[in-house]
Design a protein around this ligand. Structure first.
Ligand code: SAM
Ligand code: SF4
Length: 334
């Protein structure tokens, strides 16, 4: 008998989906100005997936060929029992990489347990090295707490640590060089992200705050030599290496360099909505399927396979128009 080919999720454009991002909570201890409104209301508990439901969906995806899972949020580490979920997902047979995106506020105390749970790589958001600016951008965050978290994660020894910085004109764009220097000094990587128009924010005009990856590269060229790297890590970043260092600088440029043709990702919101694209509303309600057909993995898996047929070709972001996507990034799982 010929062995069965490995399961694969493939969309209408021939893209293989092998990467799932799961938002395990919409809640957060920060209120970053580009991510949330100041007065966010969060979902009631009955509307969100239980940890068991999240695990069942992760398991179905891995059985369908997903090799990489990123746990995100909201702030994933503020969800009670996040560690036990991470540990269970980390043990799924066939999963190559369990990675995490966090604001770093809990890393000081949780790094060792995260490593023990099987987390290989961590992305930590850090938009400013100036305590006052950091507070302005996160509204409630404490820079020192995050810096302590980064040091704790460094001492724990993950395979890779990366800083994520969303760059806003006249708010932190003048710090891109210092942020790269921080990454070099700490032997870690960094990615710069162009702000995406998800949800309505009142604190700034996204069009006015737009600062392109091209401008960041020009600014960095004054201080560093960046060498283009062919490396891809399965995400949307384009990488460069800072000459004479091990630090890579990535650029996530949804506006200036559309990355949709190589998209290999889908997202699960904490409400159980499978989002086929960050910048479109095409989605399937996996929570309803799970609750209508408890313990029926076959139905869940077939729903996921069918969902690939509605994955859009590309996002339609435009920072100069009112957002068409009303969900915020904390709902989406960045
Ligand atoms: N709380 C964690 C954190 O901040 O890393 C994980 C969730 S957060 C939504 C994931 C990433 O999305 C962060 O790196 C954050 O900077 C980024 N992000 C949030 N809102 C964004 C937006 N409107 N445009 C681009 N990136 C955004
Ligand atoms: Fe919280 Fe992350 Fe959103 Fe900031 S970007 S408000 S830390 S979820």
């Amino acid at each position: 008998m010929t062995p069965r080919p490995p399961a694969q999720l493939i969309d209408r454009f021939g893209r293989v989906v092998d990467y799932l991002r799961i938002s395990i909570t919409d809640r957060c201890d920060f209120r970053c100005v580009y991510c949330m409104a100041e007065d966010m209301t969060f979902l009631p508990r009955t509307q969100i997936l239980s940890l068991e439901e999240i695990y069942s969906i992760a398991q179905a995806f891995v059985e369908l060929g997903v090799k990489k899972i990123r746990i995100t949020g909201g702030e994933p580490l503020v969800r009670k029992d996040a560690l036990s979920l991470l540990k269970n997902i980390g043990q799924l047979d066939g999963l190559n990489e369990l990675v995490l995106t966090t604001n770093g506020s809990q890393l000081d105390t949780m790094s060792a347990e995260l490593k023990a749970a099987g987390v290989k790589r961590i992305n930590i958001s850090l938009d400013s090295l100036n305590a006052e600016k950091f507070k302005r951008l996160t509204r409630t965050g404490d820079l020192q707490q995050v810096l302590n978290g980064i040091q704790a994660a460094k001492s724990t020894g993950f395979e890779r640590l990366k800083i994520n910085a969303v760059v806003l004109k006249n708010q932190n764009h003048e710090e891109v060089g210092d942020l790269v220097q921080f990454a070099v000094d700490n032997g870690i990587d960094i990615s710069f992200i162009e702000e995406m128009p998800l949800g309505v924010v009142k604190q700034h005009d996204r069009g006015v705050a737009y600062y392109s990856s091209q401008l960041i590269k020009q600014d960095l060229a004054q201080r560093f030599t960046l060498i283009a790297s062919p490396e891809k890590t399965g995400g949307p970043s384009n990488y460069f290496t800072v000459a004479d260092t091990n630090t890579r600088v990535g650029f996530i440029s949804p506006h200036s360099e559309n990355f949709c043709s190589t998209c290999n990702r889908v997202r699960l919101t904490v409400e159980g909505r499978l989002l086929l694209c960050l910048g479109n509303e095409h989605s399937v309600d996996l929570k309803a399927v799970l609750r209508e057909h408890p313990n029926n993995t076959a139905v869940l898996k077939q729903t996921i396979i069918n969902a690939m047929q509605i994955k859009p070709e590309k996002h339609e972001f435009n920072v100069h128009e009112q957002p068409v996507i009303l969900r915020y990034m904390n709902m989406t799982g960045g």
